[in-house]
Design a protein around this ligand. Structure first.
Ligand code: ATP
Ligand code: MG
Length: 137
C-alpha cells in the first residue's frame, strides 16, 4: 500500500488545527500508520528541504519550522500521496481552494499549516527521515 508523510507545522499545532487534519484524513478513508509530536532540528530540516537550500526564503523557513512542535504523521491508502496533496491545497494559501486545509485555515505562504510529500519517492525518503521503522504500525 502507498504511504505518505504529512506534517502539521508549528503554526498548525499551536493554533489547534491538528485534530481537524487527523479527522479529514481518517474520514477520507486513509489509515494512520505513524504519529508523533516532535521538534525538528536544523539538520533534519536541511535533509527534509534539501531541494530548497538555495532559496532566498530558506532561513525563514528554518525558523518557522523550528518555532514549535510539529505533528509528524504517516498515512496509508490508495493514491494517498496525490490525494493528500490535493487535500492540502496549493503552497500559497491565497491560491488554495476553499475546502482544502490551507484554503480553510491559512493565508500566508510562510505559515501554511501543513506539509505533504509531493511524490511517492519523496514520501519514502521523508518517512525514513522522520520515523524509525519500529515507530510505524
Ligand atoms: P510543503 O513541502 O511544506 O508541503 P509545498 O510542497 O507545497 O510545501 P515547497 O515548494 O516544497 O511547497 O516549499 C516548502 C515550504 O516552503 C512551503 O510550504 C512554504 O512554507 C515555504 N515556501 C515555499 N515557497 C516560499 C516562498 N516563495 N516564500 C516563503 N516561503 C515559501
Ligand atoms: Mg514540498
Amino acid at each position: 500500500q502507498e504511504r505518505t508523510f504529512i506534517a502539521v507545522k508549528p503554526d498548525g499545532v499551536q493554533r489547534g488545527i491538528f485534530p481537524e487534519v487527523l479527522k479529514r484524513f481518517t474520514q477520507r478513508g486513509f489509515k494512520l500508520v505513524g504519529i508523533k509530536l516532535c521538534t525538528a532540528n536544523e539538520s533534519l530540516l536541511r535533509k527534509h528541504y534539501v531541494d530548497l537550500q538555495e532559496k532566498p526564503f530558506f532561513n525563514s523557513l528554518l525558523s518557522y519550522m523550528t518555532s514549535g512542535p510539529i505533528l509528524a504523521t504517516v498515512w496509508e491508502g490508495k493514491d494517498v500521496v496525490k490525494q493528500g496533496r490535493a487535500m492540502l491545497g496549493a503552497t500559497n494559501p491565497l491560491n488554495s481552494a476553499p475546502g482544502t486545509i490551507r484554503g480553510d485555515f491559512a493565508i500566508d505562504m510562510g505559515r501554511n499549516v501543513i506539509h505533504g510529500s509531493d511524490s511517492v519517492e519523496n514520501a519514502k525518503k521523508e518517512i525514513s527521515l522522520w520515523f524509525k521503522p519500529e515507530e510505524l504500525v
